[in-house]
Design a binder for this molecule. Sequence first.
Ligand SMILES: CC(C)(COP(=O)(O)OP(=O)(O)OC[C@H]1O[C@@H](n2cnc3c(N)ncnc32)[C@H](O)[C@@H]1OP(=O)(O)O)[C@@H](O)C(=O)NCCC(=O)NCCS
Length: 223
Amino acid sequence: MYVISDSPNPSRMVCFGASGTCVQVMLDLVHQSQGAPRFSGYVADRFGSRVHADGHPVSSLEEVAEWGDVGIVVPIHDPRDRRSVFTRIRKLGIPILGSRGLPHLSHPAAALGEGVIVSSTTRVGFATTIGNASLALGDLIAHDVTVGEYCTFAAGSIVLGHVNIGDDVFVGAGAIIKNGTSSRPLNIGTGAVIGVGAVVDRDVPPGAVVISPRARPLREALS
Ligand SMILES: CC(C)(COP(=O)(O)OP(=O)(O)OC[C@H]1O[C@@H](n2cnc3c(N)ncnc32)[C@H](O)[C@@H]1OP(=O)(O)O)[C@@H](O)C(=O)NCCC(=O)NCCS
């Protein structure tokens, strides 16, 4: 687990966010980093208890800033929320940790930005770059893909080759973004949202929300 700053790696890490998804991402990162830095709890602004249901402590960001020798990971799913959390953390001077240097399935020629989190089961392809602070939890971001900053790829999502993705894009669980070509990459505009299970086979303009048809009944229910 590498720090985005030049400071030495801290001996402890905390997770900003305490939702079920954050817990799952954290568990994966703890396995990837084989316990070092040591996981020391969650950070949450509003949480009913000082102890999480999984037994770890829950602290405020300001409290953690006083600890020293601690880094933070930010698996918040909403790109805009993640942006504002990063700004707060930087102001407090807490080192932000990411997956660079951890074992995962990225091609050696893939480039991960600062604070990027890649799950242990996400494949990132050749000549692909993922911008700072993005969260890659899907199955695949294939070759020749350019991803901007603060993007989110939820579980099971797939991005095929030759795709350009702007900043702050949210790709929902199980969505598939079809490949472009080297001469005509497929473009997903900044701030776009790709709904759960969507199949995207053409450009998506900035800020657009796209979905595919929902499942429809094919046969009557058994009576
Ligand atoms: C696309 C999305 C952002 C839209 O959210 P929203 O603006 O709050 O939309 P609503 O939930 O109000 O739904 C509006 C309509 O679109 C439909 N719809 C929403 N998402 C859909 C999807 N992914 N596929 C098909 N239809 C969808 C709803 O059924 C609803 O239809 P209706 O008006 O006929 O009832 C959201 O549904 C989504 O897919 N989010 C991704 C969630 C995810 O991947 N999370 C990862 C783990 S945290």
